[in-house]
Design a protein. Structure first.
Length: 292
């Protein structure tokens, strides 16, 4: 009988250990990607039709959308931003166009005449770098950093405004208002999805809060995207070191005033920019759908 009691005690301790281990697994990126994840993310809500008449604002925040534009044609995402902004107390859109070779400029000029909330700076393309030995990705990160710093220089923000940095080559945005349901953040990044809405994207900007955990995602090319699938589909926000996904919302304060993009970076320009912010989150309810 004594032996039976000892056996039961050992089995109970062993089972308790397994339960405790299973509860810790979701916090480890290498293990949590092996859990039973949904085969497909929840589908986008069908975008609401654009209102035919102006409607009163619902949310009290004041927003500044800011983005880079090049060869965007009719810039279809612009009207989607106008639609989203119309639900807030005030909004304006500041764009930097540089180097377009199609009819983008004409469409942007027409947009400014149609909506006084839209302001566009037309800049010549950045000068070519002769004899550069930089890898193509690094070259692009540095060029984007230069352009984004130019864009930041165009924006004179009021104290109660939020900056929303956005890529203009997207189709849809959903859940912007969810970012303002809590206020314990300095930056909130979107969960970006591919055009078919099946896979998360923008892994180059995605960095976990703990560098040791983030380094584990480099053990296999698929681990980072698998971890993104976990953070993009769970209902809770995830605190990260960096992310973007096509859109990020920034609280106006000392961090944003001091932040800048590094034009000497060897990684995605957003990673260095988010170094200035203490509380960066990925919000799975803020969803962006790519155009390609």
């Amino acid at each position: 009988m004594k032996l039976l009691h000892v056996t039961i005690l050992v089995v109970t301790i062993w089972a308790a250990g397994l339960i405790a281990l299973s509860r810790r697994i979701p916090h480890n990126p290498v293990y949590r990607v092996k859990q039973n994840l949904p085969k497909e993310p929840k589908p986008f809500i069908t975008p609401e039709p654009f209102p035919k008449k102006p409607h009163s604002s619902i949310y009290p925040q004041r927003l500044v959308f800011a983005g880079l534009v090049r060869n965007a044609g009719t810039v279809p995402f612009l009207k989607r931003l106008e639609h989203e902004g119309s639900f807030f107390k005030e909004y304006r859109i500041v764009l930097l166009e540089s180097g377009s070779t199609d009819d983008t400029k004409e469409h942007l000029e027409a947009a400014m005449k149609r909506n006084p909330r839209i302001a566009v700076q037309f800049d010549p393309p950045l000068p070519a770098i002769q004899g550069s030995s930089l890898k193509p990705d690094v070259f692009r990160y540095r060029r984007m950093a230069q352009l984004r710093n130019r864009l930041l220089g165009l924006i004179d923000m009021a104290d109660d405004e939020f900056l929303i940095m956005v890529d203009m080559d997207h189709l849809n945005v959903q859940g912007l208002a969810s970012c303002f349901e809590r206020d314990d953040w300095d930056a909130v990044c979107a969960a970006g999805w591919t055009k078919d809405r099946k896979l998360p994207y923008d892994a180059v900007a995605y960095r976990l809060l703990d560098p040791k955990d983030d380094n584990k995602l480099n053990e296999s090319p698929s681990l980072r995207q698998q971890d993104m699938l976990f953070t993009h589909t769970r209902p809770e926000w995830t605190q990260v070191s960096s992310a973007f996904g096509g859109m990020a919302v920034y609280r106006n304060g000392p961090a944003l005033k001091n932040a800048m993009y590094s034009d000497n970076t060897t990684s995605c320009e957003h990673c260095g920019f988010h170094w200035f912010f203490d509380r960066v989150f990925l919000n799975p309810h803020l969803r962006i759908q790519r155009n390609e």
